[in-house]
Design a protein around this ligand. Structure first.
Ligand code: ADP
Length: 497
């Protein structure tokens, strides 16, 4: 453990918080309180206790932030060359790497996730800024053959002021995967982190201005979705909204964006299948399934929350999975062992309600199935790693996203049935398959409806691979060059010569 990380972990464990956390909105390169003067608290899910206060923003703060972003769009930022924008992003990447320990410890306190996972997130953010730093001056259009009397070219122009509505499960990495490409494209931004997890986004905004962003290019308004988020999405000064969160809120955001015909990318929920064919490498597949559902305590839109397994290996596999799940001890994220907490009491109650309904319906619960009593885990909000057998394709456990450490098991008799089961929900975010038969794996990849498909390794790829969903999982793509183009509007120019 680095000296800095050890010092921060010790401070957080001893005091329950960290000194010098940002608490204001970040507008025009300064931290400012809410116009209303109101504040709210953020909680450490591992202890179930408040650890810091921050500004509770509303429409007035959003107005200020959008005005700053609009002014910056017309300012020095618009005259910087793409290469100069890339240099700022590269400097930011290096600064994040230098301060990785602080970002990770704050992320763990705020979201609950295990420290190693938070460090992985920060490493991904370092890489995301480096990736888009390199992409900033490679965002070229096309030339189109129109014959000898005309020249036709296209330009990728920045969409303008981009809004980001960020969820609480991957606060820093979701913010970064929107901020980095939007800046590379030449946009300015207003970001609204989730009210449960505001701090690392505020730290990132300050760092980016230290790295050289001109005043007002990146603004952050903190506060609730109802007060700050809704005002931001509805603001006529916003040209593009990237929303990551639940289907119900995404639908609200879409309706609101319709008012001003604001461009929109929606990254919503999932009920993603992990298919295990009988010929798979059982050791690798077991570890893959465990990671796919229990990483971040299952609070991942792309979690592999539905195991679809061929009957021939089902019993053997389930024995292994149950043993692995039971070995995951609920522990505070800073202790970095076992499984971390659920982010909020509201989410914990939602997870428990899904499992209680399944229990009442007679579903077989193979392991887990209960809230961990707070006195058994330092007062935090924990749910036992849980594996439940589904009763059929219409079972709510198959159809509904739980967003917690609950794996649904569907047993099938062959490959065709597995593919049909994989496609039989209203979501289409990711899908995984484990098999040694690559022809089948590729057939699955081409047949399944999903934004991304993983073969023999779940959560593979990183920032270079485009990411997003179909159907109720949303539309539009983050990451990769597709993520960069989300922040561009294409212009065609034709000249008669
Ligand atoms: P959850 O219900 O788990 O909190 P949400 O999808 O509601 O998940 O939250 C994701 C993000 O959307 C958060 O930043 C939240 O503050 C924000 N949000 C919630 N409601 C709205 C809304 N009506 N308009 C815009 N953003 C919202």
């Amino acid at each position: 453990m680095s000296v800095e990380k050890a010092r921060l972990v010790e401070e957080a464990q001893r005091t329950g918080t960290l000194a010098n956390l940002p608490r204001g909105h970040f507008i025009s390169s300064h931290f400012v309180p809410s116009v209303s003067g109101r504040e709210m608290e953020s909680f450490d899910p591992g202890r179930g206790a408040a650890f810091a206060s921050f500004a509770a923003g509303d429409g007035e703060d959003v107005d200020r932030a959008v005005a700053a972003a609009r002014a910056a769009l017309a300012g020095p930022w618009s005259r910087l060359s793409p290469a100069a924008r890339g240099e700022i992003l590269m400097r930011a990447s290096r600064l994040i790497a230098e301060r990785a320990a602080r970002f990770a410890v704050v992320e763990t306190l705020d979201s609950g996730k295990r420290l190693a996972e938070a460090e992985g997130d920060v490493a991904g953010v370092v890489r995301a800024f480096a990736y888009y730093a390199g992409a900033a001056d490679k965002l070229h259009g096309d030339n189109v053959p129109l014959g000898s009397d005309h020249v036709g070219v296209t330009f990728e122009e920045p969409v303008g002021v981009a809004a980001q509505i960020v969820p609480w499960n991957y606060p820093l990495s979701t913010a970064a995967r929107g901020i980095a490409p939007a800046l590379a494209a030449g946009c300015t931004l207003v970001v609204k982190p989730a009210e449960q997890t505001p701090f690392t986004t505020l730290m990132l905004a300050e760092l980016l201005h230290e790295a050289g962003l001109p005043e007002g290019v990146l603004n952050v308004v903190v506060g609730t979705g109802g007060d700050a988020g809704a005002a931001l999405v509805a603001h006529p000064g916003i040209d593009h909204v990237t929303f990551t969160g639940s289907v119900a809120t995404g639908q609200r955001v879409m309706r609101s964006a319709a008012e001003h015909v604001t461009r929109l990318v929606l990254e919503l929920g999932g009920k993603s299948p992990v298919v295990l064919l009988a010929d798979c490498d059982l050791d690798a597949a077991t570890e893959g399934v465990i990671e796919a559902i229990f990483e971040n305590a299952g609070q991942i839109c792309s979690a592999g929350s539905r195991l679809i397994v061929e009957e021939a290996i089902a019993e053997q596999l389930l024995d292994r999975l149950v043993a692995r799940a039971q070995a995951l001890r609920p522990s505070h994220g800073l202790s970095d062992a076992g499984i971390g907490p659920i982010n909020s009491p509201a989410q914990l109650a939602r997870v428990a309600a899904h499992v209680e309904r399944a229990r009442a319906a007679g579903n077989r619960i193979l392991t887990g199935g209960a809230i961990v009593p707070p006195e058994a885990c330092g007062g935090g909000w924990f749910y036992q790693p849980t594996i439940v057998q589904a009763q059929g394709p219409d079972d709510p456990l198959v159809q509904e996203e739980i967003f917690g450490p609950v794996l649904t098991v569907q047993i099938v008799s062959d490959f065709e049935e597995a593919v049909a089961a994989a496609n039989a929900t209203r979501y289409a975010l990711v899908a995984g398959i484990y098999t040694r038969d690559h022809a089948r794996a590729w057939r699955f990849a081409r047949t399944v409806d999903a934004g991304q498909v993983y073969i023999n390794e779940f959560f593979a790829g990183g920032v270079a691979m485009p990411f997003g969903g179909n159907r109720k999982s949303g539309f539009g793509r983050a990451k990769g060059m597709a993520g960069l183009r989300s922040y561009c509007k294409l212009k065609s120019v034709v000249a008669r010569i």
